[in-house]
Design a protein around this ligand. Structure first.
Ligand code: NDP
Length: 346
């Protein structure tokens, strides 16, 4: 049973990303030291500056392409735990391999590098997704748990190749990468163990380097379009997405590396459904000066109906085993809106 304690060195891959920058912060705040992999010196320096006054120490290592053989051979040396978070998240791939190669090779690659250069590492947590869990053909009401696996998207990609939908390509990349993660453990029986975190849509404030709205990560970009008044009443109620706060997701990764009972487990980190209707109600409440925001429906029974008719990704195991508590949706949406307005000055 691993016991990664404050003072240990944790490798966070793709540290410049939306969720990973919060994850680095969570570790540093609790006195862990972090080595983050980034693609460029400028991304590394941004983080070094952001985290210069933290309790733990931050350093960075350049890994330009996680899909290359041996990409992590140097970065894994001397670390006690790993949060493997780097993976492309978008729905615009032409060929499935554009996503599959970095997702799968990146995941197996970090494990192979550990086996070769640092078998004394205690534990690896991989950022998977509810994309690895869900069946997109399922109609609500339905609840998914950690026992479920997405077999539909890999099949769609196998059968349709580049003609598969953009969502299927992304979801399959996550499902196949998580399968490859667990297969590595059963094939190799390494001295270290693994945990998977499976978040739904991740929302909340941004702290990573992001100079323009066009380069926002996929999940925050969805909310940003509502905040900017780019959607209309016709787009409402837009229900059905499950979500989690980015800071709760970050903490889930920390807990996954430090709670002994997490060993070998998957954890959905879902805080229930959220809809476009909730976005616009919250935007109207928090930012009454913003114009062109479609009017939401504040009727309590309508809002309840939206939630009961949604697909649920059950996040209760993360609370039970990891002790993860979810913050209220109002806090997540308000603080995400504030951070985006500050960053992009509107
Ligand atoms: P970001 O795009 O913000 O972060 C992705 C990170 O991975 C970036 O640091 C990116 O580097 C890096 N990366 C991607 N491809 C490569 C590559 N080929 N070589 C090296 N680095 C690479 O996305 P998120 O923070 O949203 O996502 C992080 C993880 O969480 C992903 O694994 C994603 O699948 C998963 N996830 C996200 C959810 C969400 O709603 N946001 C929900 C569920 C899971 P760079 O910035 O330099 O391109």
């Amino acid at each position: 049973m691993p016991a990664i304690k404050p003072g240990s060195l944790v490798l966070v891959t793709g540290a410049s990303g939306y969720i990973s920058s919060h994850t680095v912060e969570a570790f540093l705040d609790q006195g862990y030291n972090v080595r983050g992999t980034v693609r460029s010196t400028s991304k590394g320096e941004y983080l070094a500056n952001l985290f210069k006054d933290k309790k733990g120490k931050f350093e960075y290592a350049i890994v330009e392409d996680i899909g290359k053989d041996g990409a992590f051979d140097e970065a894994v040396k001397g670390v006690d735990g790993v949060a493997h978070m780097a993976s492309p998240f978008h729905f615009n791939a032409e060929e499935p391999e554009e996503l599959f190669t970095p997702a799968i090779q990146g995941t197996v690659g970090v494990l192979e590098s550990l086996k070769k250069n640092n078998p004394n590492v205690q534990r690896v947590v991989v950022t998977s997704s509810v994309a690895s869990v869900m069946d997109s053909n399922m109609k609500p009401p339905h609840t998914f748990t950690e026992k479920d696996w997405n077999v539909v998207s890999p099949k769609e990609c196998e059968e349709q190749g580049k003609n598969a939908s953009g969502q299927a390509k992304y979801r399959a990349s996550k499902a196949l990468a998580e399968r490859a993660f667990w297969k590595f453990f059963s094939d190799n029986k390494p001295p270290f163990d693994g945990v998977a975190i499976n978040p739904p849509l991740v929302l909340g404030p941004i702290i990573h380097q992001c100079d323009s709205p066009e380069s926002l990560n996929t999940s925050v970009a969805v909310y940003y379009s509502w905040l900017k008044g780019e959607k209309t009443e016709k787009d409402l109620p837009a229900g059905g997405m499950n979500y989690v706060d980015v800071r709760d997701t970050a903490l889930a990764h920390l807990l996954a590396l430090t709670v002994p009972e997490a060993s070998g487990e998957r954890f959905i980190t879902g805080n229930g459904p959220v809809s476009g209707n909730e976005y616009v109600l919250e935007i109207a409440r928090d930012f009454p000066d913003l114009k062109n925001i479609p009017k939401g429906n504040d009727d309590a029974s309508f809002r309840k109906k939206l939630n009961t008719e949604a697909i649920i990704h059950d996040g209760s195991k993360a609370t039970r085993v990891l002790g993860l508590k979810y913050r209220p949706v109002e806090e997540t949406l308000k603080e995400m809106g504030q951070s985006l307005r500050e960053r992009f000055n509107f």
